[in-house]
Design a protein around this ligand. Structure first.
Ligand code: PEP
Ligand code: MG
Length: 587
């Protein structure tokens, strides 16, 4: 009965949200070719300038709002857009075209805008992607204004106190910029549980459904939506009865959450006395408090690239130092594992020079970018050395595929330590440098990497993507992306065995560790440290306290013999069912 009002996607961040939809439709409108009479040319030029002024004012309003809600650096992205929209050379060219060919303002603007975009994407030395996205965004705004369709969705943002944002695709940059007081939920047609926008939504506790095919065609701006970020459903215009059902469910979940939160302050020890260390993954500063409140024993993954995402420039050494001090101060008795910039893939900040790649996830990413760009890497290493003199930190390198990458990074650490010492700046002499194991290459050479690493942390999001050759961000392939696949599990076993033999700590920080069944499997495989998304900490701790280690180990042994992921799930479900409420075991 509700099928015509129901859209199914993938639940990527749990929770229910009810609010009007704001549809972010960043597409170029269809602009008809329209000529005007010579005596109308001046009026067209006036319309052009009026549209540019209105868009600049609007961007300025957004800039101020982001400044208040997120901070100076985040707001700079709008400064860049304002400069683009007011570019005098470009406007003179549009004006010239209107005059020479008697064209309407939108026809001339579209023509010149396309020329500029082609020039942007063709230039070797441009900050691609987000700058091009910025340019397109401003051009779309001007065109919509000229065509009498100004920023509907932004008007709606002003109209409603609370909104659910619906978009074709949500970039991490966009997710960071949205106003969190107003934003109750997110829906996108693209994206999966491990796409970075989803990870952010989850960390921020914003209910989100991604992979919702056809959402843009079916959801009109202002439609009331009820989204369930757990089951991945979107209900359009819910009836009072449906709302009542949702409220009852929400109350039940809330009670369960309270019960789970009660476990947050207790030690993470299995009923048969094995201690597990549960740390938090921190992407954005807001999450520090959640991680502390939920009893994180330190930070197992500090994603530093979010210091850059959505900003107009790269943070300075001292800005980073301040941030690292802030995070470490929140965990005075526990270590903080800071990951060096993991830029590339779907995380390209505006401040960054990149080039178009057919396969960005197989491209210039992570440690490769850092080693090629000392001006970005070295200030970060210096900030890390400086904070290491004050607090207990570890540093890990993302996407390692070769021993040389660790050795080269180590050389940078040594050189910067000498520079700081020579300059008389208080800093550690060295860093505890570890490797993120998130490529099959790293698993295969794990024994060699162990000789040059202080620890391993397994990034199962990327390890799954690269092992199964499944794009982690593709909604179409979401059902094929499964970290419980035997091909991934056998690698996980190898890593923990190699680490134990080499006597170095081994942990898991991919999203897998935040999933109930998978976390118990990892513990049973010998991973005694998991780093999970802060909102999942109470649940995972609660599970650790319920299920004996002997049960986890037995289940892991059986799971490692399984032929398929479905068998693995079945083995885990039946092993855990006597200990854990069924509702928590959805794999
Ligand atoms: C991973 O790949 O599992 C990981 C933790 O890193 P990210 O999700 O930031 O790529
Ligand atoms: Mg990764």
């Amino acid at each position: 009965m509700t099928d015509d009002r129901l859209i199914r996607g993938v639940g990527v961040s749990p929770g229910l949200a009810l609010a009007p939809a704001v549809v972010l439709e960043w597409r170029f409108p269809d602009v008809p070719d329209r000529s005007v009479r010579p005596d109308e040319v001046d009026r067209e030029i006036a319309r052009l300038h009026e549209a540019v002024r209105a868009v600049a004012d609007h961007l300025n309003m957004l800039r101020e709002r982001v400044l208040r809600s997120a901070g100076l650096e985040e707001s700079r992205i709008f400064e860049a857009q304002i400069l683009m929209v007011e570019d005098q050379d470009f406007l003179a060219a549009v004006e010239g075209l209107i005059r020479q060919n008697n064209l309407s303002a939108e026809t001339a603007f579209e023509f010149k805008a396309l020329e500029l975009r082609v020039a942007f994407s063709g230039a070797a030395n441009l900050r691609m992607r987000e700058r091009l996205a910025d340019l397109s965004a401003t051009q779309i705004r001007v065109l919509r204004h000229l065509m009498g369709r100004p920023d509907d969705e932004l008007a709606a943002l002003r109209e409603h106190r609370h909104v659910i944002v619906v978009a074709h695709e949500l970039s991490p940059g966009l997710t960071v910029q949205l106003d969190r007081d107003q934003l109750l939920g997110l829906v996108s047609e693209e994206g999966t549980r491990t796409s970075h926008a989803a990870i952010l939504a989850h960390s921020l506790g914003i209910p989100a459904v991604m992979g919702a095919a056809g959402a843009l065609a079916r959801i009109k701006a202002g439609t009331t939506l009820l989204i369930d970020g757990q089951s991945g459903t979107i209900l359009l215009e819910p009836t009072p009865e449906e709302l009542e059902v949702a409220r009852t469910q929400a109350n039940r979940r809330h009670k369960l959450e309270l019960e789970l939160e009660g476990a947050a302050g207790q030690p993470a020890i299995t009923p048969d006395g094995h201690a597990v260390t549960l740390m938090g993954n921190v992407d954005l500063p807001d999450e520090i408090d959640v991680a502390v409140r939920n009893g994180a024993q330190g930070v197992g993954l500090l994603r530093t690239e979010f210091l850059v995402t959505g900003r107009a420039n790269v943070p300075t050494e001292s800005e980073q130092l301040e941030y690292f001090r802030r995070v470490t101060a929140a965990f005075p008795n526990h270590p903080v594992v800071i990951r060096t910039y993991d830029l590339g893939g779907d995380k390209f900040p505006a401040a960054f020079e990149a080039f178009p790649e057919a396969n960005p996830f197989l491209g210039w990413r992570s440690i490769r970018v850092c080693l090629d760009r000392p001006e970005i890497f070295r200030p970060q290493i210096r900030a890390l050395l400086r904070v290491a003199a004050e607090r207990r930190i570890r540093v890990m390198l993302p996407l390692v595929t070769r021993v040389e990458e660790v050795l080269e990074s180590r050389a940078v650490v040594d050189e910067e330590a000498s520079h700081l010492a020579a300059a008389g700046i208080r800093a550690a002499r060295t860093l505890e440098l570890g490797v993120m194991v998130e490529t099959p290459a790293a698993v295969v050479i794990a024994d060699r990497l162990a000789r040059v690493s202080a620890f391993f942390s397994v990034g199962t999001n990327d390890l799954t993507q690269y092992t199964l050759a499944v794009d982690r961000g593709s909604a179409h392939l979401a059902s094929r992306f499964n970290p419980l696949d035997p091909a991934v599990l056998l690698q996980l076993r190898r890593v923990v065995e190699v680490g134990q033999r080499a006597g170095i700590p081994v942990s898991v920080c991919g999203e897998m560790a935040s999933e109930p069944l998978a976390s118990l499997l990892l513990i049973g495989m010998g991973y005694d440290t998991l780093s999970v998304s802060p909102p999942s900490l109470p649940l995972i701790k609660w599970l650790v306290r319920k299920v004996p280690m002997t049960v986890c180990r037995e289940a892991a042994t059986k799971a490692l013999e399984a032929d398929t992921a479905a068998q693995v799930i079945e083995i885990l479900r039946s092993a855990m069912q006597n200990y854990v409420d069924k509702r928590l075991l959805g794999a």
